[in-house]
Design a protein around this ligand. Structure first.
Ligand code: PMP
Ligand code: GLN
Length: 393
């Protein structure tokens, strides 16, 4: 403690306490509840990828500082992935930057591109690091809220258009979207792209769930749309795609100018990270297509398993077309306040979930919404559903 009356935490960060994910995972640990809060799989990714990391460690690859841009093998693998999957041509030497997870990529992009006072438009509800990163960059957050309709959360493109002012610097887009599970359609993305071009905005697009897309939904990278390549910073990560969230290997792709700018900030955040894991992720990105479809099919089945359980327990569900998460409404259970509900849930029935209100500037908008993660073993999801059923009115 200092004796001065001045608060320790600076003004930019004063509104941010402990992230809800840490808080809820700690609650799960201390109560022994099933953790459907923080989005991490309870089963590790492919054995051969884990082995590739062990091999790299043993062979002494990546045990000392890797190159600032990331190891060439990983940058080449990212470029090959973008070409194979999306027809995007990316130069591994100038248009790829490896980061400490997508989280660092988001922070570095905002720190590099936002001038204090610039407005940053983010889709709300938003992943909690967005608000903190915008604040650290001195930017002003301007939320555009996705609203429920026809069983999913939708973007109102007129609202997005109206949110742009002369001070808007960039659009921070996330598709597939955490926490709603919305996958923006090609038409929606085309309109976002047209707006960005018309108003000369930069776009930072968080596509960490690019491979977790269900039913007939399609993930369309914004950078593939006309006029977007030169103004878009695309972010992804190995955490979700390969079920190794603890490795924190992410990457940025974009024009040489954008990647150089993001690197300027990134080099003073971590400089580099995760040396041996970078080798393993390079191998992972080259896995056959069957790996990616298998992951998706498995998660889609888990989504349905948990969705059925939640509906049987009386929740209203917004079935996601992507990501790890189902957003529910607790109103049919006779409940109104998701925050109080989530705090009591571990004691009431041994399950942890996240109140969606933490992803909003105005928590009132989603007072009765609760997010459950389904990236868990089937027996865990079954047990969670059984426990939740005990609460049915
Ligand atoms: N963006 C979104 C939308 C997320 O849900 C997450 C959390 N997994 C991240 C970024 C962070 O990714 P990473 O763990 O690679 O930092
Ligand atoms: N992205 C994960 C989620 O939304 C959590 C990541 C984190 O804890 N920072 O649950």
């Amino acid at each position: 403690m200092t004796s001065s009356a001045r608060p320790l935490l600076n003004r930019r960060l004063a509104e941010f306490g402990t992230t809800v994910f840490a808080e809820m995972s700690a609650l799960a640990l201390s109560t022994g509840a099933i953790n459907l809060g923080q989005g991490f799989p309870d089963t590790d990714g492919p054995e051969e990828v884990r082995e590739a990391a062990v091999r790299a460690l043993r062979d002494g690859r990546g045990n000392q500082y890797p190159p600032g841009l990331g190891i060439p093998e990983l940058r080449t693998a990212v470029a090959a992935h973008q070409r194979r999957r999306y027809g995007l041509s990316v130069d591994p030497d100038t248009e790829v930057l490896v980061t400490a997870g997508a989280t660092e990529a988001i922070a570095a992009a905002l720190l590099a591109l936002v001038e204090p006072g610039d407005e940053v438009i983010a889709l709300e509800p938003y992943y909690d690091s967005y608000a903190a990163s915008i604040a650290m960059a001195g930017g002003t957050r301007v939320p555009v809220t996705l609203r429920p309709g026809d069983g999913r959360f939708r973007l109102d493109l007129d609202e997005l258009r109206d949110a742009v002012t002369d001070r808007t610097r960039l659009l921070l887009i996330n598709t597939p979207h955490n926490p709603t599970g919305t996958v923006l359609t090609r038409e929606e993305l085309a309109q976002i792209a047209a707006l960005a071009v018309e108003r000369d905005l930069l776009v930072v697009t968080d596509e960490v769930y690019e491979h977790l897309v269900f039913d007939d939904a399609e993930h369309v990278p914004l950078a593939t749309l006309p006029g977007m390549r030169e103004r878009t910073v695309t972010i992804s990560s190995a955490g979700k795609t390969f079920s190794f969230t603890g490795w924190k290997v992410g990457w940025v792709t974009g024009s040489p100018e954008l990647v150089t700018a993001v690197r300027s900030a990134k080099q003073y955040l971590t400089y580099v990270s995760a040396g041996p894991f970078q080798y393993a992720v390079a191998e992972a990105l080259a896995l056959p297509e069957s790996y990616f479809t298998g992951l998706r099919d498995d998660l889609q089945r888990k989504r349905d398993l948990l969705g059925d359980g939640l509906r049987a327990a009386g929740f209203e569900t917004y079935m996601p077309r992507g990501t790890y998460f189902i957003t529910t409404d607790i109103t049919p259970l006779g409940e109104k306040d998701a925050h109080a509900f989530c705090r009591a849930l571990p004691e009431r029935c041994g399950v942890v979930a996240i109140p969606n209100s933490v992803f909003y500037d105005d928590p009132g908008v989603s007072r009765s919404h609760v997010r459950f993660a389904f990236c868990k073993r089937d027996d865990v999801l079954d047990e969670a559903a059984n426990r939740l059923q005990r609460m049915a009115p």
